[in-house]
Design a protein around this ligand. Structure first.
Ligand code: DAH
Length: 348
């Protein structure tokens, strides 16, 4: 028995010596310590021995088993260290290799223009508010002095959902909503960016586009305030040298109504294809809030006056960046978006 154990130990040491990796080490472990391994086999033989023999060889076998465990563990540590070193050796990072290009998204051109406009008005003390895109006829038209059957309704080809509900055709209904919601009927200074919808589509019209509405109400607000405000806006968006002019126009919710033009930033007003040789470019519609609109939302037109304006950020962006088709904003052609980033720089 003793001899058997001594021979087994020799064999074990030889086996251990031949081990080159953790997989092989495990094989050796199973061979000696496994359920059907050599040591287990010797233990079962032990059962048939006399008590004295059991005592003598039992201890001997136990020592051997402990030694096997210890040596296996030592070898495992050695191998692990070796494998780690090998890994570190082969996984060196070559920092001189060119980096792979990871594409990073940026803000959409339209988002940038809207945010730029928002920032300007916020710096002048305006609040940014929003209204629903699915709107009641009541706010989209009636409270804006456009009663049912008013011919000016036809100018805005609407998407109706029911007779009283439609996709808003402009952001102007937010004017009525804000005035109505203002419980103390005090001063208001807001802009409202958002999506609007019309049955229209070509290079300069889209069935869905965005508008930014502005509304200021207070005692003593006049056309001069409107002009001063829009002049600041035009200079910020199109350059310090810009001037603006008002042309008379018509909107049912303002009286008087105007359209504002900015002096052409391409030719400085001398005349070029962009301004169609007029020296001026139309940028928005505006006017003094109609007394009926004030009254319908609970404001006293004897006490308060106000101005309002509505502009299309797409048009502002198209002018500012020389974009010739409004559909570029919505089709998400990566070439357009990338090109735009190249012009504008992607500092965000
Ligand atoms: N809502 C008008 C439109 O979509 C634009 C507009 C014109 C808004 C004059 C105004 C305004 O607030 O005063 O055509």
């Amino acid at each position: 028995m003793k001899e058997k154990i001594i021979n087994l130990k020799k064999e074990f040491l030889k086996d251990l010596d031949g081990v080159n990796n953790l997989g092989e080490l495990n094989e050796v472990r199973v061979k000696y310590l496994g359920k059907k391994g050599y040591i287990q086999e010797l233990s079962s033989i032990m059962g048939s021995l006399s008590i004295e023999e059991k005592k003598e060889y039992g201890m001997f076998l136990n020592d051997f088993k402990n030694e096997v465990n210890e040596l296996l563990e030592k070898k495992r540590q050695e191998l692990e260290e070796l494998e780690l070193n090998k890994k570190l050796e082969t996984e060196k990072i070559d920092i001189t290799l060119p980096a792979t290009d990871i594409p990073v998204g940026t803000f959409h051109p339209l988002t940038r223009v809207i945010e730029e406009i928002e920032e300007l008005f916020v710096s002048m003390g305006y609040d940014v508010v929003e209204g629903p895109e699915i709107e009641l006829d009541l706010y989209n038209f009636e409270k804006l002095n456009l009663p049912k059957g008013h011919p000016a309704r036809d100018a805005q080809d609407s998407f109706y959902i029911t007779e009283e509900v439609l996709l808003r055709t402009h952001t102007s209904p937010v004017q009525a909503r804000i005035m109505e919601a203002n419980k103390d009927k005090g001063p208001i200074r807001i802009i409202c960016p958002g999506k609007v919808y019309r049955r229209d589509e070509d290079a300069t019209h889209s069935h869905q586009f965005t508008q930014i509405e502005g509304l200021v109400i207070d005692e003593g607000i006049s056309m001069a305030h409107l002009k001063g405000t829009l002049e600041i806006f035009a200079k910020k968006m199109f350059g310090e040298d810009r001037t603006i002019r008002f042309r008379p126009s018509f909107f049912p919710f303002t009286e008087p109504s105007i359209e504002a033009d900015v002096s052409c930033f391409k030719c400085d007003g001398k005349g070029c294809p962009l301004c169609k040789y007029t020296g001026w470019i139309e940028i928005l519609g505006a006017g003094m809030v109609h007394p009926n609109v004030l009254r319908m939302s609970g404001y006293d037109p004897e006490k308060y006056t106000g101005f309002a304006f509505g502009m299309g950020p797409e048009r502002i962006a198209m002018l500012k960046y020389g974009i010739n088709d409004i559909r570029h904003f919505y089709t998400n052609d990566m070439r357009f978006l990338k090109d735009f980033n190249r012009i504008e720089g992607s500092d965000e």
